[in-house]
Design a protein around this ligand. Structure first.
Ligand SMILES: Cc1cc2nc3c(=O)[nH]c(=O)nc-3n(C[C@H](O)[C@H](O)[C@H](O)COP(=O)(O)OP(=O)(O)OC[C@H]3O[C@@H](n4cnc5c(N)ncnc54)[C@H](O)[C@@H]3O)c2cc1C
Length: 222
């Protein structure tokens, strides 16, 4: 929620520190969390640990404390997203089939992309800028507004921006956020870069379609 407010402030041009301007709107939506429903699943009888909040935690293979019983989805207490639940299922299948470490990559929850389907959409992946700076981490932050994008001009919708966070020493893409039309789609490019430790130059050197909103990704990666 803190990150949502940070994006909203940035989108309306207030930046991280409020300058006193006001944002007008008709609705505010708040989400207040969720409660696991682990009762009646037989966890106790099977000896599976259920934590004090009712979640069934798993290790990096999604194994519970009873190794042949796995935990996936919201019940695992990890990121409550459909994409995460589906990936956990795939990773469990790989582990059950005995795939080797070379063939089986662990799920890294810190690299999960997520989106908020507002208008315009808000999407992000990887390190959170404010938290990283607060922790003293060095980041290169590059940001391009959609007002400079030809497809956005054609669409008549130039709201928002693309921001890419990278390691200033290595150029490895660490994260990014996008506010604007199709942000939930566009964030995929940054998510692939973050998951695979690609560098900003890997995005810059990709020949992309013109005109396309994705061109702003290459510009932001410069
Ligand atoms: C309003 C809303 C919007 C969302 N939007 C998005 C989105 O845009 N993108 C995204 O990635 N995620 C979204 N999510 C989150 C996503 O829906 C969940 O993370 C995902 O459904 C989790 O999958 P799951 O299989 O763990 O649980 P569920 O999909 O909830 O499935 C659990 C199933 O288990 C059954 N069940 C429950 N208790 C028991 C029991 N004791 N015994 C037997 N069966 C039981 C339930 O009936 C249900 O069928 C949204 C969630 C909500 C509530």
């Amino acid at each position: 929620m803190v990150r949502l407010f940070a994006w909203a402030r940035e989108f309306i041009g207030q930046g991280p520190q409020s300058d006193g301007r006001r944002a007008e709107g008709s609705h505010a939506v708040f989400t207040i969390g969720f409660v696991p429903n682990s009762e009646g699943l037989g966890c106790e009888a099977a000896g599976v640990h259920v934590d004090e909040r009712g979640f069934v935690p798993g290790n990096r293979h999604c194994q519970t404390n009873v190794p042949h019983i796995y935990s996936a989805g919201d019940l695992s207490g990890r990121l409550p997203l459909s994409s995460v639940a589906a990936m956990q299922g795939r990773k469990i299948a790989e582990h059950v089939m005995g795939l080797t470490a070379r063939e089986h990559r662990h799920l890294d929850y810190d690299k999960a992309a997520s989106a908020i389907f507002t208008d315009p959409e808000i999407a992000d992946v990887g390190v959170a800028e404010a938290e990283a700076f607060a922790a003293g981490r060095k980041l290169r932050v590059t940001k391009v507004p959609f007002s400079a994008n030809p497809k956005a001009l054609i669409n008549g919708d130039t709201r928002g921006f693309v921001k890419i966070l990278s390691d200033p020493a290595t150029g490895v893409v660490l994260g990014g956020s996008i506010v604007g039309r199709n942000a939930a789609e566009l964030i995929s490019v940054i998510a692939v870069a973050v998951t695979n430790n690609l560098k900003v130059t890997d995005i810059v050197d990709s020949l992309l379609v013109h005109p396309a909103l994705a061109e702003s990704l290459a510009e932001a990666a410069y």
